[in-house]
Design a protein around this ligand. Structure first.
Ligand code: SAH
Length: 226
């Protein structure tokens, strides 16, 4: 069902991942656990099988956003690394991810020892990623088909929350479901670009907010698809 890589390909891809990690380092990513995860995860296996595979395989380790089907994209490696680094993740922490997509960001969180709960609103992507992640060895993740605006109250509170789609505002349910002391990272903006918002919950009602950099995400949409 999934693309099989030969031994030589494996070797080639490992080299490409090493170079990608070097690029991320020069762009300012310094968290070792984040870089180790990116060096380990076979990003080339995460693309949609129907979207011109050979061309995409060549680009799998360039710092680009690429299609994953259902009109969605896998985030740039730099964006994944940046958001993950800002979560200040510790092993064993509970993380809620909004926007599972192809599961690449999910895999990075799992590699870093997080207990990951991830929500996707597109049924086709959810179905595909639910099969794919265990297939390549990520069996512990909990994937949900639903609307990320609502979070997952039945599994709250979370140590960290990461939103991987551009939101018009910060959903209140997500702020409620974050532990005191926890961090949420969410790109905010309705146009082409969003500003990365990093909020630390300092008490049940108070947050410290930082805005760092502009990024391009697909929009965070209301409700789930059929
Ligand atoms: N983290 C993903 C990025 C995927 S792009 C990866 O590594 O591949 C963003 C994803 O967010 C898309 O799959 C999109 O369908 C999803 N999304 C958008 N709005 C959402 C919502 N309200 N709830 C859950 N997922 C949402």
């Amino acid at each position: 069902m999934f693309y099989q890589v030969s031994k030589e390909d494996e070797y080639l891809f490992r080299g490409k991942r090493k170079r990608l990690v070097e690029q991320l380092r020069t762009k300012g990513i310094c968290n070792k656990a984040v870089l180790d995860a990116i060096e380990k995860i076979p990003r080339h296996l995460f693309f949609d099988q129907t979207t011109g595979r050979p061309a995409l395989l060549d680009h799998a380790y360039s710092d680009k956003a690429l299609p994953i089907g259902a009109g969605q994209t896998i985030s740039h490696p730099f964006t994944v690394a940046f958001q993950t680094e800002k979560l200040e993740l510790l092993r064993g922490q509970k993380v809620l991810e909004i926007g599972t997509g192809c599961g690449y960001q999910t895999a990075v969180l799992v590699e870093m020892g997080a207990k990951v709960f991830s929500i996707e609103r597109q049924k086709t992507l959810y179905d595909k990623t639910k099969l794919f992640l265990p297939f390549i060895g990520y069996k512990s993740v909990r994937l949900f088909y639903g609307d990320g605006y609502k979070g997952l109250s039945q599994h709250a509170p979370f140590d960290k929350i990461i939103v991987t789609a551009g939101a018009p505002y910060i959903p209140n349910d997500l702020l409620i479901q974050l532990k005191v002391g926890g961090i949420i990272i969410i790109p905010i903006g309705e146009g082409e670009e969003q500003e990365m918002n990093i909020l630390k919950k300092v008490s049940t009602q108070e947050f410290e907010k930082q805005i760092i950099g502009k990024f391009k995400f697909v929009p965070m949409l209301q409700n789930k698809t059929k």
